[in-house]
Design a binder for this molecule. Structure first.
Ligand SMILES: [Zn+2]
Length: 522
């Protein structure tokens, strides 16, 4: 098959259109970057001069759109010390020391992927001080919602025993009241921003983004929504797109460099949702209702009240300000109290503009009840959910169900009529759509147990949520997400039946009418 043909047709397999009316077709015709025709086998007679690809029974579907990815951050992970699988605290120290030796010019030493639950390793600042490194050290949690820093880092951040906890964050302290290095939620924002800035040279960052995007392409991902896109990341993507070097479509969700905070007023004055082109476009503003390691929960477990977590202030004000500027709004809401806050803020904004196409996005919706699902549906809010969360979070909450709210309530949301967009939250969990979707269908957690089987959504519906659903969430349903004439020729060829117990594999990925995976040898 040639690398690039202006006109090509596919037949001899299944074409999964993801269109509500016309779910399957036999023949697909592509001309340049566009899909131009779709139909039954006789359609080929109208295109006598096209190259015809025999699918040999395989399935063509739209390219996957990861509706909640942190591509700009995940792309830098190869630069940092990977501590996701450390054996013990000494091993963590070794990896940081090796990383420091590899990066002599950086002014922050950063480790990524720390997970105290899977590794049982919980460093404190004294452990990091003992490494005797010349720079401040930050060990970032896999969730991107907390970290542990060294004493030098605390000095640089201006944190000492007199520093009060910031609103929406916690500074960990030892028994004597001295900061112990743990910075939770908004207490970690500045450490994240400072340790990112050392890697934000657009040339270097751009190379990493391009390399990482090629990994995503091999798993069928043809576009992502970058769910917390800093101004520097927006500039980096824009430069790549302008140079024709951005391998996949990117929808940037504006967010300040200070992670977990609301965008600055000057960003709200900048480019709004929809500006850009098919390769790089501005999406919804990203706001936070509650924490990530500290989701706001208020429910009952076997009759006993359970209440914990962090609620961030002023959400309603921020949602309305962004909506009034013309932005679509996405709110991270993990716990049921976070979700209640998001729905209240959306209701308020919708009342001020009852005729607007708000298409509010709830990111995560990990704990909800049927009433909240009905409210989401009534508001027309999209659930941007992560079936892969069954693996980590699902394992963590096994045996800790609530009487009055459901963990990872994807079936409840779907039955209520909430449009679902699927995503990974990479690098907080694995990103392969065919794999995360399998978890969403089987409801199997990392331990192999099944969590709330009644909340299963079918594998086909997950693939629809990863394509048409994600495009709808990004207000890009007029350009991608389905196999339909006029839309971008971004699609995948899948080998094997659509069986969550034995998922198919991505045989080919095509973007803009070009086969980009696998690459040709020559
Ligand atoms: Zn996220």
């Amino acid at each position: 098959m040639p690398l690039r043909v202006s006109r090509v047709a596919f037949s001899g397999g299944h074409i999964l259109t993801m269109d509500d009316r016309n779910m399957r077709a036999d023949v697909l015709v592509v001309d340049g970057e566009r899909i131009v025709a779709l139909g039954e086998p006789e359609l080929l007679r109208s295109y006598p001069d096209v190259d015809v690809v025999d699918l040999q029974g395989r399935t063509v579907g739209p390219g996957f759109i990861d509706a909640h990815s942190h591509l700009s951050i995940a792309a830098l992970h190869p630069c940092w010390a990977d501590v996701s699988d450390v054996a013990d605290i000494d091993d963590l120290g070794r990896r940081l020391t090796e990383h420091a030796a590899r990066e002599p010019d950086t002014d922050w030493i950063r480790a990524a992927g720390w997970n105290e639950l899977t590794t049982s390793v919980f460093p404190r600042r004294r452990d990091l001080d003992a490494l005797d490194l010349d720079c401040p050290v930050v060990v970032a949690h896999y969730s991107l919602h907390q970290c542990v820093v060294s004493s030098r880092a605390l000095d640089v951040l201006g944190i000492d025993r007199r520093t009060p906890d910031p609103v929406g964050g916690v500074i960990g302290r030892d028994a004597s009241g001295e900061p112990d290095g743990l910075l939770v939620e908004r207490a970690w924002s500045e450490a994240h921003a400072r340790s990112m800035s050392a890697y934000e040279d657009p040339d270097r960052w751009g190379e990493h983004i391009v390399a990482y995007a090629h990994r995503l392409i091999a798993d069928g991902i043809t576009a992502v929504h970058d769910a917390a896109c800093s101004p520097a990341a927006e500039r980096c993507y824009a430069l790549l797109a302008k140079a024709g070097r951005l391998p996949i479509g990117v929808l940037a969700m504006p967010h300040p460099a200070l992670i977990l905070n609301a965008p600055t007023p000057d960003r709200l004055e900048g480019a709004i949702t929809g500006e850009g082109d098919e390769r790089f476009r501005i999406g919804a503003v990203k706001l936070f209702a509650d924490g990530g390691v500290a989701p706001a929960v208020d429910a009952h477990h076997r009759g006993q009240p359970v209440k914990f977590g962090t609620v961030f202030p002023d959400l309603t004000t921020h949602v309305s300000a962004a909506a009034e500027r013309g932005f679509q709004v996405a709110v991270h809401a993990l716990g049921n109290v976070g979700l209640a806050g998001a729905l209240e803020a959306f209701t308020h904004a919708a009342r001020r503009d009852p005729d607007g196409d708000h298409r509010f996005r709830v990111e995560h919706a990990c704990l909800a009840d049927a009433r909240q699902a009905a409210t989401m549906a009534a508001l027309g809010a999209v659930g941007v959910v992560q079936p892969g969360f069954l693996h980590h979070l699902g394992q963590a909450v096994e045996g800790f169900g609530f009487d009055d709210a459901t963990w990872l309530p994807f079936g409840t949301l779907a039955r209520a009529g909430v449009p679902l967009a699927a995503s990974s939250d990479d690098p907080c969990t694995f990103y392969e759509p065919l794999r995360t979707s399998a978890h969403g269908a089987t409801r199997r957690t990392g331990s192999g147990n099944v969590l709330n089987s009644g909340e299963s959504v079918t594998y086909d519906d997950w693939l629809r949520a990863y394509t048409a659903g994600a495009a709808y969430a990004g207000r890009q349903d007029g350009e991608r997400g389905r196999i339909a004439p006029g839309l971008r020729a971004d699609f995948v060829v899948l080998d094997g039946p659509l069986d969550p117990e034995n998922p198919p594999r991505v045989a080919e990925t095509w973007i803009g009418g070009r086969r980009v995976f696998p690459k040709h040898e020559s």
